[in-house]
Ligand binder design. Structure first.
Ligand code: ZN
Length: 337
């Protein structure tokens, strides 16, 4: 698989460490692509696991983590050894495995609150926070437990930090349409006052967005915004992107979708959209999946074509602690090293 060589990634990181960006830090921001569960830092995970007496294990590494440094090492997910191809990757194992420590209402509150505090520090004024409800209910966690914690954090963020947040209920595409509809009914509808839109994430391989047509039709008729992930370098990326962009789906935005830049047909479809359409782009999330030229060249093509993109951080804890400021800072690195 093509990817940015790890020494280049290290070079970028040390360059960014040495050249702080006061302009980017102070700039008022909005963040539209951020997974709540992807903000679970090793230290918070370690603390929550201890509080809830949950063992920290990795089946892939056949390892139990007993110290924080041990766990931190497992988060070096930009290293080449973490890439395993189209199946369940090290990323998904870490991301899904991290959730095991989230049990009680206060766990979800603390996770969300920790992000909102950080958002305030980064001068994020508005954010749309993705959460994976099915990843919690399938572990036996009640919808109400998750949503109460998220709601309390959302209210506190607005009142105490002046950070406005809304949530995007993201459906796990490797689960069934039936499960998606069930969670739409038991989460999206009763908690509509705190949810801005319906999304689609998780392992995209062999799970096209078209499967979820009935979900999107229902969500649109109920007034939700709609979006779907189109991960970088997926074998069927172009087919999936065309589904997102055309009827019957015709969603309101694309999360990622970098591959569209390589297709004149998809670029024309994107450019034919109205003013509100755009893509959320998370540069640090792509270094494992495409070359430097493709990463920066694709973003440049979007910009040159007048396509709206919004830089987000995706799952910052799982891309070696690169938050939205770091994703923004990576763009001007092109051509400077
Ligand atoms: Zn994402």
């Amino acid at each position: 698989m093509d990817r940015v060589p790890y020494p280049t990634i290290q070079q970028w990181k040390s360059h960014l460490d040495l050249h702080s960006t006061p302009f980017l830090s102070s700039l008022p921001k909005l963040e539209l692509h951020l997974h709540l569960e992807g903000t679970l830092t090793p230290s918070l995970r370690f603390a929550l696991a201890a509080r809830n007496a949950i063992p920290l294990v990795s089946t892939r590494l056949n390892k139990t983590f007993t110290t924080l440094p041990d766990l931190q090492e497992a988060y070096q997910l930009l290293e080449p050894s973490s890439v395993k191809g189209p199946g369940l990757s090290a990323f998904f194992e870490a991301y899904m495995g991290g959730m095991e420590c989230l049990i009680r209402e206060e766990d979800f509150y603390e996770l969300a609150w920790a992000y909102y505090v950080r958002a305030k520090e980064m001068n994020v004024r508005y954010c749309e926070v993705v959460f994976d409800i099915q990843a919690h209910t399938r572990r036996g966690i009640a919808v109400e437990t998750v949503m109460s914690g998220l709601r309390r954090a959302q209210i506190d963020a607005r009142a105490k930090l002046k950070v406005k947040a809304q949530y995007i209920l993201c459906i796990l595409r490797d689960l069934s349409l039936e499960s998606a509809m069930q969670h739409y009914e038991n989460t999206a509808l009763p908690y509509k006052h705190m949810i801005a839109g319906i999304g689609l994430d998780s392992n995209e391989f062999a799970h096209p967005p078209s499967i979820f047509g009935p979900l999107y039709a229902r969500a649109k008729s109920d007034g939700f915004k709609t979006t779907a992930h189109s991960d970088v370098a997926q074998p069927d990326a172009l087919v999936h992107l065309k589904q997102i962009l055309t009827p019957p789906l015709e969603l309101d935005r694309i999360d990622h979708g970098l591959d569209a830049a390589g297709s004149d047909e998809l670029m024309a479809l994107i450019q034919s959209k109205d003013h509100g359409f755009g893509l959320t782009i998370c540069p640090w999330a792509y270094v494992r999946h495409c070359t430097e030229g493709r990463l920066f060249g694709s973003i440049r093509r979007f910009v040159n074509a007048g396509v709206k993109i919004c830089i987000g951080s995706d799952s910052p804890a799982y891309v070696e602690s690169n938050w939205v400021v770091d994703h923004l800072a990576l763009l001007p690195v092109e051509g400077r090293l």
